[in-house]
Ligand binder design. Structure first.
Ligand code: 13P
Length: 265
């Protein structure tokens, strides 16, 4: 972040936490708490699908705008159809949602998402003007077998199938090592930065990836976020557990805002 003008993205992935009322309450409290200037940072909260309508309504209508916006945690690739329980891209855009997390390891692990389905969803997101946050990451077994780099490169390449290189500046990737998610075991900042750099190098084979934002996710907390965000190839954080707490999430956003001020214009 010190050598480019990439804006930090701080995104909270709430996963399957918070009822609609709790999500509403959190949104108002986050608004009240986030008093410092965070305009240099793209702040996104990704509530469960059921709460997206209420949260976007709260931001736009009740609060008259906020220094954060909303994203979805997943979606289907088709515009509509007989897919029980699923959410289509136009349903998200009709609410004014801008971001969608795709290929999260929990989706890959528990809902059979493959590199191919993730790619279809990336294509669908772009078709509908949504910004995908594309997750990649290795399991502990893959890391221990020395497969991390090959796997990450393959996931990135597959996600980018049939994606026009001109779109690269609009894409967001997230490196989320599976072994660091929800475990309290954060990837060392130097290693997280190295893998984020590897993602950028992989993307550079397709086109200019100097503006693509690459986030780190996996046990990001206020006490490690400054170090992670200070590295050159980490352009933000995708946060699970710590995003469920207003003050933890705000502190991480403030760390990004603080570092952004050091970025040359
Ligand atoms: P934790 O921050 O709880 O480790 O979760 C990370 C994650 O999966 C964000 O998408």
């Amino acid at each position: 972040m010190t050598t480019t003008s990439r804006r930090f993205v701080i995104a909270g992935n709430w996963k399957m936490y918070k009822t609609v009322d709790e999500a509403h309450d959190f949104t108002r409290r986050l608004y009240d708490q986030m008093k410092d200037d965070v305009s240099s940072v793209d702040v996104v909260i990704c509530p469960p699908t059921l709460a997206l309508d209420r949260v976007t309504h709260t931001i736009e209508k009740e609060l008259g705008g906020a220094p954060f916006s909303t994203g979805a945690q997943t979606m289907e690739s088709g515009d509509e159809g007989a897919f029980t329980g699923e959410t289509a891209p136009p349903m998200l855009t009709s609410l004014g949602i801008q971001f969608v997390i795709l290929g999260h390891s929990e989706r890959r692990q528990y809902y059979n998402e493959t590199n191919e389905t993730v790619n279809k969803k990336v294509q669908a997101a772009l078709k509908h003007g949504l910004t995908p946050i594309i997750c990649v990451g290795e399991t502990l077994a893959q890391r221990e077998a020395g497969e991390t780099d090959t796997l990450i490169q393959a996931q990135v390449k597959a996600a980018m199938t049939q994606i026009d290189a001109v779109i690269l500046p609009q894409l967001i990737f997230a490196y989320e090592p599976v072994w660091a998610i929800g475990t309290g075991k954060t990837c060392e900042a130097t290693e997280a930065n190295r893998v984020c750099g590897l993602i950028r190098t992989s993307l550079s084979k397709i086109g200019d990836a100097s503006k693509t934002r690459i986030l780190y996710g996996g046990s990001v907390k206020p006490d490690n976020s400054l170090e992670l965000l200070s590295t050159p190839d980490i352009d933000g954080a995708l946060i699970g557990g710590a995003s469920l707490d207003v003050s933890s999430f705000t502190q991480i956003v403030y760390h990004a805002a603080q570092l952004s001020q050091k970025v040359p214009a």
